[in-house]
Design a protein around this ligand. Structure first.
Ligand SMILES: NC(=O)C1=CN([C@@H]2O[C@H](COP(=O)(O)OP(=O)(O)OC[C@H]3O[C@@H](n4cnc5c(N)ncnc54)[C@H](O)[C@@H]3O)[C@@H](O)[C@H]2O)C=CC1
Ligand SMILES: O=C(O)CCC(=O)C(=O)O
Length: 432
C-alpha cells in the first residue's frame, strides 16, 4: 500500500494537472525542502533514560517561514510528517498567509508520561530543533496531543538556549505567555464558520441539521460547542475510546464535563472518554465505525488521517462531510463520495482557522501589541469567508469540479505565481 505521503503527492499531482499548474512547480511541491530527525534522550521519573524519535519537516518556504504543528503520537513517522507538511503548504497558500508549510512530531504515547516527563520531553524537542526553528524560519504550534502548556515550555526552552526573548518562535501559547486570544478554539471556530457559510448558501436552518463528530479534542470539542450554541443538533461524538449518541441532540457541555471528570489517570490530557456519558438518560453508546455510518446531515471527521477509506466509504450516509482532521478521507474514498454527490469541505479550508489565528498570534508577538478577542474573531471570519467564497465561485464556474479541486486550484495557482515572481531559474526554463 502507498504511504500517506505518496497518497498526498498523488492527490497534489492530480489536482495540479487539472488546474493547469506547470509540471516544474508540481515537482517542486512533491518533496519537502528539508527534514530534521533527532533522537531525544529524556530522563524518566524512575531515573532511567528513554529515547524518543523526533521529526521536523520544513515542507515549503516559498511563501514565507514554514508553519505547522507538533504532534505527540505513537503513529508519527516520516511519511506522516511529510504529508502533513504538504497539506500545511496548500492550506497557508489557500488562505493567503505569508507562510510555507511544516510539521513536527514525536513518536510517543504522551498519556503514558507523567507531567514532569512530558515537560522534559517537550523541552528536549525544542533543544534538538532550536537551530531548525525561529520566528523568521519555521514556527511550530499545537497539533494532536500537544497543547498550549507544551507550547509555553517550548518557548521558554528556546529563549534559555538563545539568551533572549522570542515570543514569535511558537504559536498556540497560553495567553499570559504571549498567546493570542481565541487561539485555543480557533480550529473549531474556523470549521464552524465554514459550516455556517455552506448552510447559508444551501438555505438551511441550524435546527434542521444533524451532526456527528469523530474526535472530541481541541478541534472537535470547540466545533461541537459552537454548533450546539448556534442551534444545530449535535447527535453523536466520539473519541479514541468510543462514542455517544442521542437522537434529540447531545448536551455538549455535559459530555465535555464528564470526559474531563473521568480524566483522573491522565491529568495532562482531557482523555477521559465521551463514552463515560453512556448512562445519561437517552444517551446510547456507539463505536467510531457506527458514528461514521450515521444518517446525519453533516459528518465531521476531527481525529486522525484515513478515517474514511475504501473499506467504509460505502457506509457513509451524510450529505456533507467537513474535514476538520488533516487528511481524514483517502484518495479512493474521496472519489467515491464525489461520485455519490456528497459534498466535502476539504481540510485545507475547514481546519485553517487554527493556522490563521496562529498567524495573528505571530503578528501580535512581533508588533508587541495584543488584539482583543473580538478583533481576532472578526478577522478570522473575514479571512475564511474570502477563501470560502473564492472556492465556491471556482467550483460553481466549472463543471464536475469538487470543492477540494477548487481549493487546490486556488492554492496551487497562487504558489505558481510566487514561483514565477521569484524568477527561480530552477522552475521555469524558458524565461516564462
Ligand atoms: N489543534 C489544532 O489547532 C489543529 C488541529 N488540526 C487537526 O485536527 C485533528 C484533531 O486535532 P486536535 O483536536 O488538535 O487533537 P487533540 O489531541 O486535541 O484531540 C484528538 C482527538 O481525537 C481523538 N482520537 C484519537 N484517535 C482516535 C481514533 N482512532 N478514533 C477516534 N478518535 C480518536 C482523541 O481521543 C481526541 O478526542 C488532527 O487531524 C489535527 O491535525 C488541524 C488544524 C489545527
Ligand atoms: O497553528 C498552526 O500554526 C498550525 C496548525 C496545524 O498544525 C494545522 O493546521 O494542521
Amino acid at each position: 500500500m502507498n504511504t500517506i505521503f505518496e497518497q498526498a503527492v498523488a492527490r497534489l499531482l492530480a489536482m495540479g494537472q487539472l488546474a493547469g499548474v506547470a509540471d516544474s512547480v508540481l515537482a517542486g511541491l512533491s518533496r519537502p525542502k528539508a527534514m530534521m530527525y533527532a533522537s531525544l534522550p529524556v530522563r524518566m521519573d524512575d531515573g532511567a533514560t528513554q529515547y524518543f524519535d523526533a521529526y521536523r519537516c520544513h515542507y515549503s518556504q516559498m511563501l514565507g517561514p514554514s508553519k505547522g504543528g507538533i504532534r505527540f503520537h505513537p503513529g508519527v513517522d516520516d511519511a506522516e510528517m511529510r504529508a502533513l507538511g504538504l497539506w500545511m503548504t496548500i492550506k497557508c497558500a489557500l488562505v493567503n498567509l505569508p507562510f510555507g508549510g511544516a510539521k513536527g512530531g514525536v513518536v510517543v504515547d504522551p498519556k503514558s508520561l507523567s507531567r514532569m516527563e512530558l515537560e522534559r520531553l517537550s523541552r528536549a524537542y525544542m533543544r534538538a530543533m532550536a537551530d531548525f526553528v525561529g520566528p523568521d524560519l519555521d514556527i511550530p504550534a499545537p497539533d494532536v496531543y500537544t497543547n498550549e502548556r507544551i507550547m509555553g515550555w517550548m518557548r521558554d526552552e528556546y529563549e534559555v538556549i538563545k539568551g533572549a526573548k522570542f515570543p514569535a518562535v511558537i504559536t498556540g501559547k497560553p495567553v499570559n505567555l504571549g498567546g493570542s486570544e481565541g487561539r485555543f478554539e480557533a480550529t473549531g471556530r474556523g470549521a464552524f464558520y465554514c459550516i455556517e457559510f455552506l448552510r447559508v448558501k444551501e438555505g438551511k436552518l441550524p435546527e434542521d441539521l444533524r451532526i456527528a463528530i469523530q474526535g472530541f479534542g481541541n478541534a472537535g470539542y470547540h466545533l461541537a460547542r459552537l454548533l450546539a450554541e448556534a442551534g444545530y443538533k449535535v447527535v453523536a461524538v466520539s473519541d479514541s475510546q468510543g462514542g455517544i449518541y442521542c437522537a434529540q441532540g447531545l448536551d455538549v457541555q455535559l459530555v465535555h464535563e464528564r470526559k474531563i471528570a473521568t480524566n483522573q489517570l491522565h491529568p495532562n490530557y482531557p482523555e477521559g472518554s465521551v463514552s463515560s456519558c453512556e448512562n445519561c438518560d437517552s444517551y446510547q453508546s456507539i463505536s467510531n465505525e457506527d458514528l461514521l455510518a450515521m444518517e446525519v446531515d453533516i459528518l465531521v471527521p476531527a481525529a486522525l488521517e484515513n478515517a474514511i477509506t475504501k473499506h467504509n466509504v460505502e457506509a457513509v450516509r451524510a450529505k456533507w462531510v467537513v474535514e476538520v482532521a488533516n487528511g481524514p478521507i483517502s484518495l479512493d474514498a474521496d472519489q467515491a463520495l464525489f461520485e455519490r454527490g456528497i459534498v466535502v469541505i476539504p481540510d485545507v479550508l475547514a481546519n485553517a482557522g487554527g493556522v490563521i489565528v496562529s498567524y495573528f498570534e505571530w503578528v501580535q508577538n512581533r508588533a508587541g501589541y495584543p488584539w482583543s478577542l473580538l478583533d481576532v474573531q472578526s478577522r478570522l471570519k473575514e479571512k475564511l469567508e474570502a477563501a470560502f467564497e473564492e472556492m465556491w465561485q471556482f467550483q460553481h464556474q466549472k463543471e464536475g469540479v469538487s470543492f477540494r479541486q477548487a481549493a487546490y486550484a486556488k492554492a496551487l495557482l497562487h504558489l505558481q505565481e510566487v514561483f514565477k515572481m521569484k524568477g527561480t531559474k530552477e522552475y521555469f526554463a524558458n524565461g516564462e
